[in-house]
Design a protein around this ligand. Structure first.
Ligand SMILES: Nc1nc2c(c(=O)[nH]1)N[C@H]1C(S)=C(S)[C@@H](COP(=O)(O)O)O[C@H]1N2
Ligand SMILES: [Mo]
Length: 209
């Protein structure tokens, strides 16, 4: 650059900045799917009636336990309102899920001090691993309703795990249980190259990110 005026943005360049102004609620590389709610399933949607659904927590806990649908629904209700982020790049900025906080379930089984990680597993066999610390302190739920209506089977009904601060593959649909363990064991997508934790703000998409 030899002139005194310095670089002057062209109209085209200014326009691109305006069009591309990023919504700060969107993590890097994500777009807002607005009203769309894509279905992403590695399995065929199971026919799982509420009365056949159970949720178990075992492994490194003081008192392993299984809840039936009625028992889980009788627990104090919890709500999540906020965004969800799929690793394939769609996000939904405003969602409302109703269910029960995992703090409530974990309070009943009492994790042992040696428990550091969790393998979440679905009634279909899908698994995903998470640090136990990501499932406590009001950041994870067993969700029964989306947008005020029962979760549809395709979206994990009658119940799914919801861990919205991590990429959505951690939110196992048709959740069957959590096994508390003392090491990080990769689940279905993690064995296939996805990141063990999956923080959307750190773009932890693939192993090594
Ligand atoms: N059981 C099960 N849970 C799952 C999946 C799956 O294939 N099977 N896919 C995960 C992925 S990659 C995403 S993005 C979300 C998709 O949830 P949705 O279909 O309700 O949008 O579910 C997650 N939980
Ligand atoms: Mo996903």
């Amino acid at each position: 650059m030899t002139g005194g005026a310095g670089p002057v943005p062209t109209r085209g360049f200014t326009g691109r900045i305006a069009a591309g102004a990023r919504d700060r609620r969107l993590p890097p590389g994500q777009y807002d799917a607005h009203d769309a709610f894509p279905v992403l399933s590695a399995e065929v949607t199971p026919e799982l009636a509420a009365e056949d659904w159970t949720f178990r927590i075992d492994g490194l806990v003081a008192e392993p336990r299984t809840w039936t649908w009625d028992e889980a629904r009788a627990l104090p209700p919890g709500r999540y309102e906020g965004p969800i982020h799929c690793v394939t790049s769609w996000s939904k900025l405003h969602t409302v899920f109703d269910g029960v906080s995992l703090d409530t379930f974990l309070g009943e089984v009492r994790p042992l001090p040696t428990a550091t990680h969790v393998v979440a597993y679905a009634h279909t066999g899908y698994t995903t691993n998470l640090p136990l610390s990501d499932l406590v302190s009001g950041r994870a739920w067993i969700a029964f309703d989306f947008d005020g209506k029962p979760l549809t089977p395709a979206h994990g009904g009658p119940a799914r795990l919801l861990v919205p601060h991590l990429y959505f593959w951690k939110s196992a649909k048709w959740i069957a249980g959590l096994r508390l363990v003392d090491r990080d064991e990769p689940g279905f997508w993690e064995r296939n190259g996805y990141h063990h934790r999956g923080d959307p703000w750190a773009e932890e998409r693939y192993a090594g990110d």
